[in-house]
Design a protein around this ligand. Structure first.
Ligand SMILES: [Zn+2]
Length: 454
């Protein structure tokens, strides 16, 4: 049975029409649930929109509802619930407090932490979503998995340890707080075959392993690495660094939250984005215009701000939650053969450029250029001569060509990339082609903007 491609064969191979029907059935119940249980958060928002849950007659109606939750509103709702109820779990907490058995928080690096709340059924869904994610990355019951996320932070700490144990894998809860020496000591003694953590942690292991254990990270015997929490697995340079540093281990990207959403990349040579693994628990591939918040057509290549709706989360459910990430939707068949939709996270809403009325995200430009690999290295700079978002066309760019090209090849490549940018993103660009390796590398987050106005 461990040869099957998916943890949950039935749920993960449903046709889209069936998924939509399940989503719609659950959505109706969830709207009534949050309307009744959240008198100081969700109910007033429905009322202000003039929409009682019983009036929402279709999935399309649901998509026309306004955005009902954001990070800023979370903060207010926490303060409000502290005043009203004496707890900080937000006025969107819909379950009775005595049913909330687990609480996790964000890192709170910019102030007080935000809290995620779970009931027992919420935790079961969480376990299921991570099991689907890790199964697709090749983790199986009986594998030993080194857990390197911060244990006390957000939903990737204890919830992942729990979920790995629930699927029958053997988590070693080293946790980032314990420090790199302790983590590598755990690895030396327990011989894990997989690691889960942030891209930065995994790269730090590569750097520190020789000094701490006296050998390279490649000799740890790690076969699978699943990262989350930051861009990395989708960036060719980072990908190369990690997979080579671990002696050819497979690298997967993932993202998850508290509300029954699960996403994982696949084993294609070229990053294909994140596959949605739990569409019947959480709607993640819903897009609105980042400025007007109007719903956008859900079609292949659509780009907009992601909106999360949890359909069966009980405790503090996300409902039409705009979380500030810009995502690009892919509805075509992935060459890995896995069904369902995929998406890429292109950056934060604040990153947008406006080229004479055409909105474009730097990461979307990078995706277009990276597709010409190996004729390009994928490394580029968008050269801005005034502060964003306004850009006077044409957009100026520096693009590294690949090694071994003739002058004629480079000129032709420049034309092809400009044409693709025009066709795909509707922007005019002038490209300066530069030699491979000539643009400065940054290990964590690829730098895309070069400012000439500062
Ligand atoms: Zn795929």
């Amino acid at each position: 049975m461990s040869n099957r491609p998916y943890w949950n064969m039935e749920a993960e191979t449903r046709p889209l029409a069936e998924i939509r029907e399940i989503q719609w059935q659950k959505l109706q119940a969830q709207m009534h649930y949050i309307y009744a249980r959240s008198p100081h958060f969700y109910r007033p928002k429905f009322d202000a929109a003039g929409a009682h849950p019983k009036d929402i007659g279709s999935f399309e109606d649901f998509r026309k509802l306004p955005i009902m939750r954001s990070k800023e509103q979370d903060r207010e709702a926490q303060e409000d619930s502290t005043r009203r109820y004496g707890h900080p779990y937000g006025t969107y907490l819909c379950a009775p407090l005595e049913d909330v058995t687990h609480i996790y928080c964000t890192s709170g690096t910019t102030g007080e932490p935000s809290f995620y709340t779970y009931t027992e059924p919420d935790l079961k869904i969480n376990d299921e979503c991570w099991a689907r994610t890790y199964w697709r990355a090749g983790i199986r019951p009986g594998d030993t998995v080194l857990h390197g996320f911060g244990l006390s932070m957000w939903s990737a700490g204890v919830p992942i340890v729990r979920a790995l144990a629930a699927m029958g894998a053997r988590p070693i809860a080293a946790g980032a707080e314990g420090g790199i020496e302790r983590m590598l000591m755990f690895a030396r003694l327990t011989r894990p075959t997989a690691i889960v953590g942030t891209p930065a942690l995994v790269q730090y292991i590569i750097e520190k392993c020789p000094a701490i254990l006296g050998h390279s990270a490649a000799e740890l015997g790690i076969k699978t690495i699943v990262v989350a929490g930051a861009p990395g697995a989708g960036l060719p340079d980072v990908r190369k660094h990690i997979t080579e540093g671990f002696g050819g281990a497979k690298l997967f990207d993932s993202s998850q939250g508290a509300w029954g959403l699960g996403n994982v990349s696949c084993d294609c040579d070229e990053y294909q984005g994140l596959h949605v693994v739990s569409p019947e628990h959480c709607i993640w591939t819903d897009l609105v215009d980042p400025v007007t918040k109007a719903p956008l057509p859900l079609e292949h290549g659509a780009v907009g701000e992601g909106v999360i709706t949890a359909m069966d989360h009980q405790a503090g459910p996300a409902f039409r939650y705009a979380f500030g990430d810009v995502i690009e939707l892919a509805t075509d068949a992935c060459r890995c053969g896995a069904p369902g939709w995929r998406f890429r996270i292109l950056g934060r809403v604040d990153d947008v450029l406006n080229v004479k009325g055409i909105k474009v995200y730097p990461a979307a430009i990078k995706n277009v250029v990276s597709a010409f690999s190996p004729r390009t290295t994928g490394e580029l700079r968008i050269v801005l001569d005034q502060p964003p978002p306004l850009v006077n066309p044409p957009l100026k760019m520096k693009v590294e060509h690949g090694a071994g090209l003739t002058d004629g090849d480079i000129v032709a490549l420049r034309g092809e990339i400009a044409e693709k940018l025009k066709g795909r993103l509707r922007i005019s660009a002038v490209l300066e082609m530069v030699a491979p390796g000539s643009l400065e590398r940054s290990t964590l987050k690829g730098k895309l903007i070069e400012k000439t106005y500062e």
